[in-house]
Write a protein that binds this ligand. Structure first.
Ligand code: WTA
Length: 647
């Protein structure tokens, strides 16, 4: 492997392909900041079909948490993702489905997508779903998850997709919070040859959700499921009876499109709300420019539809652009760890977008499996979800991309709707480990914790000083929480929860979360959620959870648990507690380590000092810093003695 360079200039090949060269980026960025309404008005006309234009492009007052883009304009997102392409692309492939089983695949044309979505939309209508109603989607990664989302968008229902790895408790909490009356699921999902009982999880969840009147069940595996005649609907039978024509509902630009729950530093997950107009414009535009997408290319984002990356960059952005998007049901390591590369070869993938955790895992099994596949179709590679360490970047660049594909490291969040910081492939040089420069209209700044702006080359808290169309509009059912979490800390600015460095060239390097949010294998988790799950166990009196650097997962989960007086520390209980969390939240949240903690380091006012716990979990115990403010400094000695040393 060649030595790692710190900077890679834009290649001639990328320049020849790009929509946006360096001069265009500079000019467009300048206009987007100096005349945002002119800029976004033009983009909105270019990217989106509107039934009726807007009264004003932006009406934003971040201090008062009011964010409006394209007020008064009318559109339908499903129309923009499907119908408007039919005149020229009816027989082009919209979705390539690649099953968990490598012998199973399927192509769905835009015309077929239209028909599936319309039938599904008509079925929802028949079940009484109307504009503004919430629908929960808990599905495998099969085309039907996209049909379900677009069917909701078509009739103006608000979808809330719940990741298929979440447990019963997590589904229940989300269904209740949004008061969903319909749940869309499948009998089972297939992952790495294993069956996961989605319907059974939904059954257990909706047993406590009295307002759910319909559960629509797609037959994925044909596995046995319990059937409730009152609520359950067989999807295949029901849609066969529906018409393949369904007029799109005319939606206001600021009507909600979806809710997506995400973890914060405190409390239960928040229902992030995105609205129709701004979101679809931002998803479409970033998809085209960040991936330099050209018609006819095969585009593959490996995320799950249950996360924002799946929303914006498997379905909404690519379909709005009339792209061919690949939907992959399986896992990177089944049947073997060469699967991603086999799929790239099989479907001649041009653009491949994945997460650093997957790259690191595949890097660890060696180059041979990559080299067994013909990857000559690849033009561009993307990374998302966490900072990519330079070693993984280098492997991705050299071994996967053969030094022939730019890498776009894309920084963004559930709340931002789309990519905010990246190196546009034809315009901005790449620096391994660095997210790059702001997208159009995005105005990042670095603050110290008192809200003072840090100029030039510096490091601080990453904020956005202005709105962009893809910004979240509220937290579902709790506008005050929206303000407190994102806008109230530094009034007039959006606080990201991330720290960042800006270098001498004005490039941004994301340093990671500055709050108690973990990023485990690209899955976002609040330490508070894991703590709440642990204390539900009868043996647990108190728990404190921190992250530690993990070679593959990015971060691992390290828990300190104080037991009830009558409970006894044992290896069995340790294992039981890990499984308990996996059951409460989902397997991806299973703790890596649980350390028994007879006491936790607390200030005299009772606040747990996580800084100290983090250092102990990282095995960095020589620089614990000031412990004099602790109520009982001796608990720290015990925790250090008993710490779990991991490799
Ligand atoms: C982290 C995922 C560094 C960051 C799209 C952010 C990243 C959180 C990157 C959001 C990146 C995402 N470099 N860190 N390229 N992309 N993050 O809401 O900490 O699941 O705040 O959205 O992931 O995670 P979320």
């Amino acid at each position: 492997m060649k030595e790692l360079q710190s900077r890679y200039p834009v290649s001639e090949k990328a320049k020849a392909h790009t929509h946006i060269d360096a001069a265009t980026y500079d000019a467009m960025y300048k206009q987007s900041i100096e005349q945002p309404d002119v800029f976004w008005g033009e983009q909105a006309k270019e990217f989106i079909d509107w039934y009726q234009p807007w009264d004003s492009v932006s009406k934003v007052d971040l201090k008062n948490s009011e964010i409006n883009w394209f007020s008064g304009a009318k559109l339908n997102v499903s129309y923009n993702c499907i119908d408007r392409h039919l005149a020229t692309k009816a027989n082009d492939t919209a979705i390539i489905f690649e099953g968990d089983d490598p012998t199973e695949d399927l192509k769905v044309t835009y015309q077929e997508l239209h028909d599936h979505v319309c039938r599904f939309a008509n079925l929802l209508k028949e079940r009484g779903v109307k504009k503004g109603d919430r629908v929960c989607i808990y599905m495998p990664m099969i085309p039907e998850v996209g049909y379900a989302m677009l069917a909701c968008a078509r009739i103006g229902a608000i979808h809330s997709v719940v990741f298929g790895g979440f447990s019963t408790e997590s589904i229940k909490a989300r269904v209740l919070d949004a008061d969903c009356k319909v749940v869309i699921t499948a009998d089972e999902s297939l992952r790495g040859g294993k069956r996961i009982p989605l319907k059974a999880n939904v059954d257990a969840a909706v047993a406590d959700c009295p307002n759910v009147h319909s559960v629509i069940v797609v037959a994925r595996t044909g596995g046995d499921v319990a059937w409730n005649e009152k609520t359950d609907i067989n999807y295949e039978e029901a849609v066969a009876k529906q018409s393949a024509i369904c007029e799109p509902e005319v939606m206001d630009a600021e009507d909600p499109l979806f809710i997506l729950y995400t973890s914060g530093s405190t409390g239960t997950p928040k229902g992030v709300v995105h609205t129709c107009g701004g979101y679809i414009l931002y998803a479409a535009m970033t998809h085209k420019y960040v991936f330099d997408y050209k018609p006819g290319e095969i585009y593959w984002c490996t995320a799950d539809a249950g996360w924002i990356t799946g929303h914006s960059y498997i379905f909404y952005g690519p379909l709005a652009n009339g792209a061919t998007t690949l939907v992959f049901e399986g896992v990177p390591t089944y049947p073997d760890a060469g699967r991603f590369w086999q799929v790239c070869e099989k479907h001649k993938v041009n653009v491949f977008y994945t997460a650093p955790t997957a790259i690191r895992a595949l890097m660890s099994v060696g180059d041979e499996l990559v080299n067994q596949s013909d990857l000559s179709s690849l033009r561009l590679l993307g990374s998302v979800g966490e900072p990519i360490n330079p070693e993984a970047w280098n492997w991705y660049y050299e071994v996967v991309g053969k030094r022939n594909c730019p890498i776009v490291d894309t920084w963004w969040q559930t709340e931002t709707g789309g990519i905010l910081i990246t190196s546009l492939p034809g315009a901005v040089d790449m620096k391994p480990g660095c997210a790059g420069k702001p997208f159009f209209g995005v105005q990042p700044a670095l603050f110290d914790k008192d809200g003072n702006t840090l100029e030039g080359e510096n490091q601080g808290l990453l904020v956005m000083t202005a709105s962009w169309p893809g910004q979240l509009r509220t937290v579902y059912g709790d506008h005050n929480r929206f303000y407190q979490t994102y806008l109230g800390q530094y009034p007039g600015n959006y606080f990201t929860g991330d720290g960042a460095k800006r270098d001498e060239d004005g490039f941004y390097w994301i340093t990671g979360r500055v709050d108690d949010v973990l990023n485990v294998s690209g899955h976002r988790l609040g330490t508070a959620e894991i703590e709440s799950a642990l204390v539900l166990h009868p043996a647990v009196a108190e728990a404190a959870v921190v992250g530690y650097p993990h070679e593959i997962k990015g971060q691992g989960v390290y828990c300190y648990v104080t037991l009830m007086g009558n409970a006894i520390e044992s290896d069995e209980l340790n294992t039981e507690l890990k499984e308990f969390v996996a059951k409460e939240l989902g397997r991806f949240a299973k703790p890596d380590y649980i350390q028994w903690a007879p006491g936790l380091p607390k200030t005299r006012s009772g606040k747990i000092m996580r800084r100290i716990l983090r250092k102990i979990a990282e095995n960095d115990v020589d620089t614990l810093g000031d412990t004099s403010t602790l109520a009982d400094p001796s608990v720290v000695e015990n925790l250090i003695d008993q710490r779990i040393i991991h490799g």
